[in-house]
Write a new protein. Sequence first.
Length: 198
Amino acid sequence: MSRLLKHLMTISLASLLIVTSASCATVSSSKSSLKSISVSPTDVHIYANYGKQLNVFAVYADRIFSPLPARALVLFIANDITGGEKDKSPEEVKKLFLYVVKIFRKSHPGVPVFWIAITPTESRWKAWPRISEANDLIRETCENRSNLYFIRTDYAFLNEKGEPRAELFRPDKLHLNTEGYKVWTEIIKKELSRVLNK
């Protein structure tokens, strides 16, 4: 199980459906690794889809969403723009996000949806302008629609020169290290608590 997935587990509050490209396995709420979460074990559903993109996830979204109760949907899918030839455009990423939200709303009307911003990384730095644009398009969309929330994280991972903070990443310069995940987790936890604990 990836470090990212373990940290996502620690921020779950209650009845969250978490979708991430962090691990190759679907993690059920009965796993022993979830025992440290201070919520009922049946309340947390994590769908992890390693290395996948929004369009791949969208194909299965209805089957994933419809049977599960959820207090909120938390999305972190970061592989649509990587600097490769098959990258999607920022506009395509936004449209796919809205499509996933539309599918989710069929079975969960009015339930909050959170999009965790794609993190700036040195390994994908050449693609950062387009990644940042995709983040901005989704942020603007969330700001203008009800029950959509954008969790900004880039400010915490860029130094005073506007470059990725190397001390928060593993040697591959893509994945966060333990300290990086602590920073990331606190940002997300704060925003989820702000919205869901009103």
